[in-house]
Design a protein around this ligand. Structure first.
Ligand code: GLP
Length: 245
């Protein structure tokens, strides 16, 4: 595991975008596993800037996102499909037909998840998976207690996740209670994993993820067992890691 220390959010975003750019340059037809949330917004902004300069070509890239709220349509401005379109896809030359997000409108959970696992399997595998970190250690929407061996599944969101994500909705009642998420098994099968973490509010959980026991109670702790993980975190997020200070 490699840990890069960034000064702040902007520096973290630039370093993460560098790693993703290197992946695209080394393998133009790579499969990127992408994430939503506030953590990757700056990374996507930086990638768009380099694309506009002519330094990046997304035309052969495939993307597979981690998760989607169940019940939200792609046009809903809180859906993760909408987030990806507005924060990245609409601004680069990626072929939208090669961008995948779980189908939030599929009411049959089993079908939605089987279809998504099929997409992941037939893509040839994820070359680089980008991850943010939830305050309770969740990755994608794999909440504490999630079984490590699961593939894409439907989850009931925890109160703490609903609370954390309500800032994006008009009211807490509007936050969907369920989501489709890639499972830990799908994430662990990615060839490389890049985790971005910013802010003092993530410092305690980041310390647990990196140095605590590997337990389903801290879903991201499983990353200790992956052989190619890069963490890019800012100083605030690294503030509980004494040996790095
Ligand atoms: C959300 C997403 C995760 C994301 C996490 C952290 O619930 N499902 O994929 O990594 O929460 O979000 P943020 O980056 O906004 O802190």
């Amino acid at each position: 595991m490699i840990i890069y220390r960034a000064k702040d959010y902007q520096d973290m975003s630039r370093k993460a975008a560098n790693i993703i750019s290197a992946q695209i340059i080394m393998k133009p037809n790579c499969v990127l596993g992408l994430a939503t949330g506030s953590s990757p917004v700056g990374t996507y902004r930086q990638l768009i800037e380099w694309y506009n300069k002519g330094d990046l070509d997304f035309s052969h890239v495939t993307s597979i996102n981690l998760d989607e709220y169940k019940g939200l349509s792609p046009e809903n401005d809180q859906s993760y499909r909408y987030f990806m379109n507005t924060n990245l896809f609409n601004h680069v030359n990626i072929d939208k037909a090669h961008t995948f997000v779980p189908n939030g409108l599929e009411v049959n959970s089993e079908k939605a998840c089987t279809d998504y696992n099929h997409i992941i399997a037939t893509s040839g595998g994820i070359d680089l998976q980008l991850l943010g970190l939830g305050h309770n250690g969740h990755i994608g929407f794999n909440e504490p207690g999630a079984a490590f061996e699961r593939e894409t599944h439907c989850v009931d969101l925890t109160e703490s996740t609903i609370e954390a994500n309500k800032r994006f909705f008009a009211s807490e009642e509007e936050v969907p209670r369920q989501a489709y998420t890639m499972g830990i098994k799908n994430i662990m099968q990615a060839k490389k994993i890049l985790v971005i973490v910013s802010g003092a509010d993530k410092a305690q959980i980041l310390e647990k993820v990196l140095h605590g026991p590997i337990t389903p109670e801290v879903p991201a702790s499983i990353l200790q067992l992956h052989n190619d993980v890069t963490i890019v975190a800012d100083e605030a997020a690294l503030s509980c890691l004494t040996e790095l200070a």
